[in-house]
Design a protein around this ligand. Structure first.
Ligand code: PEP
Length: 252
């Protein structure tokens, strides 16, 4: 049985006081309503240490939005996995489509980052997903296969089990266009079949696959009703307490 996992990707938003108060509100709501889900907040890196403190002794964990694959060195502006661990990070998002689109991330860099994160005991959330153009050309499965197979190259079963995959169709991110629950389920089932081929069915069944792309209080219940949708990676709707807490309390 896979425990549902809802993560908020705050991207490059909020100032320190807003970030603190949002995290504090989510922690308090979780304490009151005790939903049976895992929750992660992925703020800008400057707030990771403070938020790890705000979330201490709660069921909310903190995640970073990126890391570098090297452990230290002359990489101006970068952060290593060890540094993220050191300030209380538990998760790290890897290969988000915005990083692929604007910062030149490739399946190869995703693979290096994934290995680096696992090496230091971080739990990676690996993003995969097709663009609108790719969907219209009918190559969604081909693209997803490349993302998963190359991204997970040379990973052991033990390491694969520590990861989460976020299926995020690029055309649904921040656009208000959500994949229908059936469209999402179809791709989630395909991703799970790829994981079966790579790691066997026991490992594949244990890996959580989140859906991401304009998840909101109004669509989360139907998405979460699908058998291979194990959670959500939420952008815009994670920036306010009420919608995000309603998403966490899906189907309640
Ligand atoms: C995301 O950034 O991962 C995302 C899914 O954003 P949004 O929910 O705003 O579409």
């Amino acid at each position: 049985m896979r425990r549902p996992f809802i993560a908020g990707n705050w991207k490059m938003n909020l100032l320190a006081a807003e970030a603190n108060s949002l995290a504090d509100g989510i922690v308090k709501d979780m304490a009151k309503n005790t939903p049976q889900v895992d929750v992660a907040l992925c703020p800008p890196a400057t707030y990771l240490a403070t938020l790890a403190d705000v979330c201490r002794d709660s069921r909310v964990r903190v995640g970073a939005q990126n890391l570098h694959w090297e452990s230290s060195g002359a990489y101006t502006g970068e952060l290593s996995g060890q540094m993220l661990k050191d300030v209380g990070c538990f998760y790290v998002i890897i290969g988000h489509s915005e990083r692929r689109q604007y910062f030149g991330e490739t399946n190869e860099s995703v693979n290096r980052k994934l290995k680096a994160a696992l090496q230091v005991g971080l739990h990676p959330i690996v993003c995969v997903g097709e663009t609108l153009d790719e969907r219209q050309q009918g190559v969604t499965q081909k693209v997803i296969r490349q993302h998963v197979v190359a991204g997970y190259d040379e990973l052991s079963k033990e390491h694969a089990e520590k990861t989460v995959i976020a299926y995020e169709p690029v055309w649904a991110i921040g656009t208000g266009m959500t994949a229908t629950p059936d469209q999402a389920q179809e791709t989630h089932a395909f991703i799970r079949s790829l994981l079966v081929d790579l790691f066997g069915s026991q490992t594949a069944e244990s890996i959580r696959i989140q859906y991401g792309g304009s998840v909101k209080p109004g669509n989360v219940d139907d998405l979460m009703a699908k058998p291979d949708i194990d959670g959500a990676l939420v952008g815009g709707a994670s920036l306010k307490i009420d919608p995000f807490c309603r998403i966490i309390r899906f189907q309640s």
